[in-house]
Ligand binder design. Structure first.
Ligand SMILES: Nc1ncnc2c1ncn2[C@@H]1O[C@H](COP(=O)(O)OS(=O)(=O)O)[C@@H](OP(=O)(O)O)[C@H]1O
Ligand SMILES: Nc1ncnc2c1ncn2[C@@H]1O[C@H](COP(=O)(O)OP(=O)(O)O)[C@@H](O)[C@H]1O
Length: 289
């Protein structure tokens, strides 16, 4: 058994080819793929012009190899895919010596996710800001993941078609979960128009740690606010697939906090709405260690 080092064009590739012999996965510097192969198979792989097609990056050009490597058969590859993409194997969870409860004790609060959903212009970012400020003043640590902002970085490869929105929400849900694990009160404010996607994020967290806040503001109110002029563009047909205009928004059925637009200025003040969320957190014990 020998090791083959082959340069791959993509960074951080961890190669895993079950059936090719032993533990074929090694952590290596980016752009190197290391394989342990039985000597008799080495030639086939080394001669393959599209080697990294079998290196967990791109499986489309590997058909000719499947005869030699049954582990790469179509059925097997299907089993190794998640959401149509190939899934890494042989990854093992490492426990940390400091646990979530230690961090929560340190911070004197409990990690959770405040998920603010609603139409564009419903006031998600405003309430997220008011909430983080009010909690900060009480000595509580928050971090806000705003849909618009995350789309400038982590999610800059995503558009607004439905499968991209789903991926946007999934990634933000996973990041929010990490923040909650740190012990931080993570405020995620994004339209997140599909119930199924929000429920999927809820299911990532322990019971109670996902607090869904619905900005229940009628479309005509959001449209009259239109701070970015996007509704106007959508009505003019210049933006396609705009939520509430020609793309769906599915309101929550059972959210933890409902912030309903009543038209009454005093109860609809962002600061007052933030206090409603804080009361909820206080009652549930999230503001103590
Ligand atoms: N087609 C379309 N539909 C809805 N919104 C659009 C669209 N194109 C751009 N924008 C702007 O992007 C912001 C929404 O991003 P999100 O990440 O929150 O959306 S989603 O959760 O993936 O649906 C949203 O920000 P907010 O107004 O703060 O909600 C818009 O400013
Ligand atoms: N509670 C509120 N009452 C009145 N206007 C509000 C309220 N919350 C937000 N706004 C205004 O509505 C507009 C959209 O708010 P924003 O927080 O950007 O919404 P979203 O993040 O949902 O798009 C802004 O001009 C903001 O000042």
């Amino acid at each position: 058994m020998e090791k083959l080092a082959i340069r791959a064009s993509r960074p951080s590739v961890f190669c895993s080819l079950p059936g090719l012999g032993g533990n074929s996965q090694r952590r290596r510097p980016p752009s190197d793929v290391f394989l342990k192969l039985p000597a008799e198979n080495r030639k086939i792989v080394a001669n393959s012009a599209s080697f990294h097609s079998i290196s967990a990056v791109n499986v489309s050009a590997q058909a000719s190899l499947t005869a030699d490597f049954p582990a790469l058969s179509e059925t097997n590859l299907k089993e190794r895919r998640v959401n149509g993409k190939e899934k890494a194997e042989n990854i093992i969870w490492h426990e940390s010596s400091i646990c979530r409860c230690d961090r929560q004790q340190l911070l004197q609060q409990k990690g959770c996710v405040i998920w603010i959903t609603g139409l564009s212009g419903s006031g998600k970012s405003t309430i997220a800001c008011a909430l983080s400020k009010a909690l900060f003043e009480r000595g509580k640590l928050t971090y806000t993941l705003d849909g618009d902002n995350v789309r400038h970085g982590l999610n800059r490869d995503l558009t607004f078609k439905s499968e991209h929105r789903t991926e946007n929400i999934r990634r933000i849900g996973e990041v929010a979960k990490l923040f909650a694990d740190v012990g931080v009160i993570c405020i995620a404010s994004l339209i997140s128009p599909y119930r199924r996607d929000r429920d999927a994020c809820r299911s990532l967290l322990p019971e109670g740690d996902f607090v869904e806040v619905f900005m229940d503001v009628p479309l005509h109110v959001c449209e009259s606010r239109d701070p970015k002029g996007l509704y106007k563009l959508a009505r003019a047909g210049k933006i396609k697939g705009f939520t509430g205009i020609d793309d769906p928004y599915e309101a929550p059925l059972n959210c933890e906090v409902l912030l309903k637009h009543t038209g009454d200025d005093s109860s609809c003040l962002p600061r007052q709405m933030a206090e409603n969320i804080i009361s909820y957190l206080q009652n549930k014990g999230y503001l103590e260690g």
